[in-house]
Write a new protein. Structure first.
Length: 283
């Protein structure tokens, strides 16, 4: 790829393993680069597998960030109004059926619905059992609401579910669950961390939601840049006019990307943006 500057109007950014460091921080320089983009009219779109309550204020609080892509593309929200611009969920009836499958595995699971994460006490109070890293444990504690029985909660509220998230203590269990769930036609199964699986509606992905927002904003795909590191970023990176994979990312993602940038711990997002966008950074 030639290293010429691109006309970029929208940048979709995965968070974990991409924009944020491994200890879930936004570095001062990366923040400065994002602010420079916004000042020059380039939309910055956090595009994450997280639910709304899991996105840190230090990111959404950056002046000019208006839209967020949530739960792997299950919803796109306008932060200025709280309006959901696009939604692609699993019906609550189908989720109740999926619970019966999940109960056959030794796995943590929770659901994203109504803008929050919902987690049973038997999982919430024993996160260490599933080898969940400390920063992720802290994120779960911050962004999940504890309930006694998810099936009963789902039936009571009858809310569409954006995503089901799973963590596994053993890799062989994760692989077995992936094989079984991946054969179910109306589900999409991806992962964003080394020991998790994420279940969305079959037609739900970050690329689909990104394109719906682009159409809403009248931005051609050729003027979109997308950065990611994981399996759940594939469609977003593939569809964007400029797809960027992190050095620490999945090999399959690197293969379909236009550019491989530095790792998340070496401010790879900032490096890629500065490389391809004509920014005016204050000294």
């Amino acid at each position: 790829m030639q290293e010429e500057k691109k006309e970029i109007r929208l940048i979709g950014l995965d968070l974990d393993g991409t924009t944020l460091t491994s200890d879930k921080k936004l570095t001062p320089h990366t923040k400065k680069v994002l602010e420079a983009c916004l000042a020059q009219g380039i939309q910055i779109l956090p595009a994450t597998g997280r639910v709304r309550s899991g996105i840190p204020d230090y990111l959404t609080g950056i002046e000019g960030i208006r839209y967020v892509l949530l739960s792997n593309g299950a919803s796109v929200m306008d932060l200025s109004t709280g309006e959901t611009l696009y939604q692609n969920c699993i019906s609550w009836e189908r989720v109740v059926e999926i619970y019966d499958i999940l109960e056959t595995y030794d796995t943590f699971y929770d659901v994203y619905a109504l803008g929050k994460g919902w987690c049973e006490a038997r999982f919430y109070d024993h996160l260490e059992k599933f080898n969940i890293e400390k920063p992720i444990q802290e994120l779960i504690k911050m962004s999940r609401t504890k309930v006694e029985n998810l099936k009963a909660w789902t039936i009571e509220h009858q809310a569409p579910v954006e995503k089901i998230n799973m963590f596994f203590a053993r890799e062989e269990d994760r692989q077995r669950a992936y094989r079984e769930l991946n054969e179910i036609e109306d589900l999409a199964v991806t992962c964003s961390l080394g020991n998790n699986l994420e279940i969305n509606h079959a037609s739900c992905n970050k690329g689909d939601a990104l394109m719906h927002l682009a159409e809403h904003l009248n931005i051609p795909f050729s003027q979109i840049m997308a950065c990611g590191d994981g399996n759940n970023d594939m469609e977003m990176v593939k569809r964007a006019g400029l797809g960027v994979a992190m050095e620490n990312g999945e090999e399959a993602l690197k293969e379909i990307s236009d550019f491989v940038t530095k790792s998340n711990n070496k401010e790879g997002v900032a490096y890629a943006i500065e490389k391809f966008c004509d920014l005016k950074l204050e000294k």
